[in-house]
Design a protein around this ligand. Structure first.
Ligand SMILES: NC(=O)c1ccc[n+]([C@@H]2O[C@H](COP(=O)([O-])OP(=O)(O)OC[C@H]3O[C@@H](n4cnc5c(N)ncnc54)[C@H](OP(=O)(O)O)[C@@H]3O)[C@@H](O)[C@H]2O)c1
Length: 298
């Protein structure tokens, strides 16, 4: 007799991570991938209805309000999507016995550290986005549901809005790129994050439920935005990549000067470890151009 496949509900299916998750998780269950048109996370009733209709064994929440600067002026909306919606998902997962996988950010930290943050390090977000993501983490933890909250950083890929695509566009337009060199962190290819998530799901519901909690999921190594830009542009004379200080690139939201995440807890619990960010970047850059069709999105 064949075992029934798990239903895996993925939110944020048109986002960088959500799109990759819908593909990576298909090997482990029947994926229902919902984009914003499928469910608006700011609409609590619609969110409850969508989860109950899907009746998933897993809820993988890749939807988020990720506009870090805009969040300074849209606090309520950021909190609705990044804090209230995860609380609802946690409650629905608890009610139905589903396992929740959620993502958070290094921006929960103030960046004053100079060694990688582990999961017990005190949080102190510098901006509204970080505050709203921290509130989401806390709501999930308080619910008592079997959940994994995976903090990551500097997500990029070949779709959506991200630093890699911005640098590629600017490199084609300008002779010189002036890039912040005093913020240190780790770039993460969304494909690698999705594959790591799928490797966790592959271990099964019981294994994940036993090891529920907060984990850092992040590539090895570290760099600055300047170092990341240089790695994207490659060893070419034009455009010149010039390091600048954060003070010379003012933004509405303050950002942590340091956001490297220590990942040994994830390795010990699930045997999962991402390679160095540079090797993942090379893999990403070797990918063919993105397909225009979005057939995986419901
Ligand atoms: N991007 C980063 O650098 C970064 C860094 C650290 C952690 N993270 C975390 O990693 C996770 C995935 O981020 P990502 O980079 O994949 O973000 P993303 O590319 O911005 O995708 C987020 C998705 O959420 C959707 N969304 C936003 N508001 C929604 C709403 N009200 N209802 C339904 N869907 C909504 C967006 O839909 P639309 O496409 O319609 O806007 C988008 O597709 C998030 O939890 C994020 O906080 C990201």
């Amino acid at each position: 007799m064949t075992r029934a496949r798990d239903t895996i509900l993925v939110t944020g299916a048109r986002g960088q991570l959500g799109y990759e998750l819908a593909a990576a998780l298909a090997a482990h269950g029947d994926v229902i991938a919902l984009d914003r048109a499928g469910v608006d996370l700011a609409d609590a009733d619609a969110l409850v209805r969508a989860v109950r209709a899907a009746a998933p064994a897993w809820i993988v929440n890749a939807a988020a309000y990720t506009a870090v600067d805009r969040a300074e002026a849209e606090r309520d909306r950021a909190f609705a999507i990044n804090a209230a919606a995860p609380a609802i998902l946690a409650e629905e997962a608890r009610r139905s016995g589903a396992i929740l996988i959620h993502y958070s950010t290094d921006y929960v930290f103030d960046g004053a550290a100079r060694v990688p943050y582990d999961e017990r390090a005190p949080t102190a977000p510098l901006n509204v986005y970080g505050e709203s993501k921290l509130a989401g983490e806390q709501a999930i933890a308080a619910s008592g549901v079997a959940a994994l909250t995976l903090r990551t950083s500097w997500v990029y890929g070949l779709r959506g809005i991200n630093f890699l695509l911005t640098i590629r566009r600017l490199a084609a337009e300008r002779d010189e790129l002036r890039i912040v060199a005093d913020q240190t962190g780790v770039p993460n290819w969304c494909r690698a994050l999705a594959e790591a998530t799928a490797a966790i799901v592959a271990q099964g519901r019981d294994a994940v439920a036993e090891r529920a909690g907060l984990y850092h999921l992040c590539a090895a190594g570290e760099t600055t935005w300047y170092g990341f830009a240089r790695a994207i542009v490659g060893d070419v004379p034009v455009p010149r990549v010039v390091p600048i200080a954060t003070a010379h690139y003012p933004t509405p939201a303050r950002r942590p000067a340091y956001g490297v995440l220590a990942t040994s807890r994830l390795r010990q619990a699930f045997g999962i470890e991402l390679p160095d960010w540079r090797s993942l970047l090379q893999r990403c850059l070797a990918e063919p151009a993105e397909p225009t069709a979005q057939k995986r999105v419901a």
